[in-house]
Ligand binder design. Structure first.
Ligand code: DX5
Ligand code: ZN
Length: 217
């Protein structure tokens, strides 16, 4: 069984102190940093692009987990890789050519390709690319904003995706994103999630290290 990894989402950070907070998370035991790129089209919100990924690359040695909530993400894959992304995850709903997009990420040696699904998208939608990815991201809130309430029926997809990955002998990371905190973590890990993204669940905690340890436990 894979270890549980914690990926704090910088969406919940203080954007005036990004580098400092990235270093503090590293010291507190984070396994990777989750970076939410939003384009105002695929999701209603706009956050940041490759420039900020690059700035964070210079601030920490943690792997950078880039979650692209971007329509036609193919347009920005090369930029994210050049900026220092370790994982690049694209949404199946964001492009008519998910297989091509995943292949485009894979062309970059050392970068892990990921595929993401919205809460309303059935797990079967990514069946054909599961053999091509090193990470599957299941959204448990509708993407676009931090601090939302967990969509409980989406939890069932974690168990189903875990079964699909096991059946095909895949060692891809199974990442969940939305509503994860020290209290809810067990609902995700108990169903087979191995990477927990957490924004407000980490940043709103008085002790970031303790919150991450509680999620892992
Ligand atoms: C939402 C983002 C998440 C967000 C999660 O679209 O993909 O990564 O930061 O926020 P929390 O952990 O507060 O639900
Ligand atoms: Zn995210």
């Amino acid at each position: 069984m894979q270890p549980i990894r914690i990926a704090p989402s910088m969406l919940a950070s203080d954007f005036t102190r990004l580098g400092e907070q990235a270093r503090a998370l590293e010291a507190a035991g984070a396994d990777m940093l989750h970076l939410d790129v939003m384009d105002g089209m695929f999701v209603p919100n706009i956050t940041f692009g490759a420039c900020v990924v690059q700035a964070l690359r210079a601030s920490t040695s943690l792997p950078l987990d880039v979650h692209m909530m971007v329509r036609e993400p193919e347009r920005y894959i090369a930029d994210m890789v050049a900026a220092g992304a370790s994982y690049v995850t694209v949404h199946v709903e964001a492009t008519p050519h998910i297989h091509r997009a995943v292949r485009q990420i894979q062309e970059h040696a050392g970068v892990v390709a990921g595929v993401a699904l919205n809460p309303g998208t059935p797990v079967g939608a990514v069946e054909c690319v599961l053999g091509e990815v090193g990470l599957v991201l299941l959204m448990t809130v509708n993407p676009g904003f931090g601090g939302q309430k967990l969509i409980v029926p989406a939890l069932e997809k974690i168990s189903r995706m875990r079964e699909m990955l096991t059946a095909m002998g895949s060692d891809a990371l199974l990442e969940v994103d939305g509503g994860v905190n020290a209290r809810s973590a067990r609902m995700f890990t108990g169903r087979g999630a191995t990477v927990l993204v957490s924004g407000t669940g980490v940043f709103d905690a008085p002790d970031w290290g303790a919150a991450m340890r509680a999620m892992r436990a």
